[in-house]
Design a protein around this ligand. Structure first.
Ligand SMILES: [Fe+2]
Ligand SMILES: [Fe+2]
Length: 311
């Protein structure tokens, strides 16, 4: 019987065989890997135009900045990084980014500094935002605040790449719709490039995941920032967008989100204000590496980085 079936199928024209195979819903349902098997297995050398992106999570204070200065150059070398992006919203004493610290981050070869809600905590951050278009603030804040929310970077022979900074609204300021804002900015950047990196600065995991699905297939990567805790859900979504709910902070983990735990505990336990100070110990770098196909803008490879690793 098996021989008869085999002969029957062998004798079928190829087109008819494909039609029969595809018309059997069981072949799709019973093979959940079928959908994903074409995405992550492409090797670097097989890509027509690989473009390597390295994104460093929120730098917190001097300890985070010093570790980034020490470690980022070796990651740039390791991953042959073409586009380096660093979130700097907590660089200066945990709140905002002063000019001198932005300069140090750019000295690493950084193409774009992204930020978030804390960039507004320092008045001198606003001066920096206005002076340098490579330092982004979330685009969906009212435009009267000044600053730039997205940028297209010219990477020479590697082509162009867009970087967008948007902020969520769940448990945060009720600013403009980040989904529609992202769609608008992506359409603008698509006039120049298909490679687009999104730093989605948001608090709620649900909102971040929703944004990841909303942008799947539209951007190269959508990586969350703000919660200062790296999540273990980094992956390439089915339509080719690298996603991680939160990259985590680059700063001291002997802390509560980078701040000295003693004061943070007092705020929680006593329910009264106590001055935050940047913590000092257990400093780690959190980052994400994404390799894009520069022709299509799809992510083809992704790695989450925590150094030193936990545990
Ligand atoms: Fe942050
Ligand atoms: Fe933040």
């Amino acid at each position: 019987m098996f021989e008869m079936q085999a002969t029957f199928f062998y004798a079928l024209p190829l087109k008819l065989f494909i039609l029969i195979a595809n018309s059997n819903p069981k072949s799709v349902i019973t093979n959940p890997l079928l959908h994903y098997s074409i995405t992550p297995t492409i090797q670097r050398n097989e890509l027509p135009k690989p473009l390597n992106i390295f994104f460093v999570g929120d730098i917190v204070g001097q300890p985070g900045l010093e570790l980034a200065i020490n470690l980022v150059p070796s990651y740039v070398k390791k991953y042959e990084v073409d586009l380096l992006i660093i979130n700097g919203e907590n660089t200066t004493e945990g709140k905002g980014i002063a000019e001198e610290h932005a300069k140090k981050i750019f000295e690493l070869g950084t193409h774009v500094i992204t930020t978030g809600n804390h960039v507004w905590d320092r008045w001198d951050s606003r001066k920096v935002l206005g002076a340098d278009r490579r330092i982004l603030r979330p685009l969906n804040y009212p435009r009267e605040n000044g600053g730039n929310g997205y940028i297209v970077v010219d990477l020479g022979e590697k082509g162009k790449a867009g970087v967008l900074n948007v902020q969520g609204r769940v448990y945060m300021q009720p600013i403009d719709d980040p989904f529609k804002t992202a769609d608008w900015a992506i359409a603008k950047m698509n006039e120049e490039t298909k490679v687009i990196f999104v730093d989605f600065h948001a608090d709620a995991s649900a909102e971040k995941m929703a944004m990841g699905w909303h942008l799947d297939g539209k951007v190269t990567a959508c990586i969350g920032t703000h919660t200062h805790t790296p999540t273990a859900d980094g992956r390439i979504l089915p339509r080719g967008t690298a996603f991680q709910s939160d990259v985590g902070m680059t700063g001291p983990y002997d802390s509560v989100l980078g701040m000295k735990k003693e004061q943070a505990l007092k705020r929680m336990v006593m329910q009264t204000p106590h001055k935050y100070e940047v913590a000092l110990h257990d400093v780690r770098l959190c980052a994400v590496y994404v390799q894009a196909d520069a022709e299509t803008g799809r992510a083809v490879k992704m790695e989450s980085v925590v150094f030193p690793a936990f545990g």
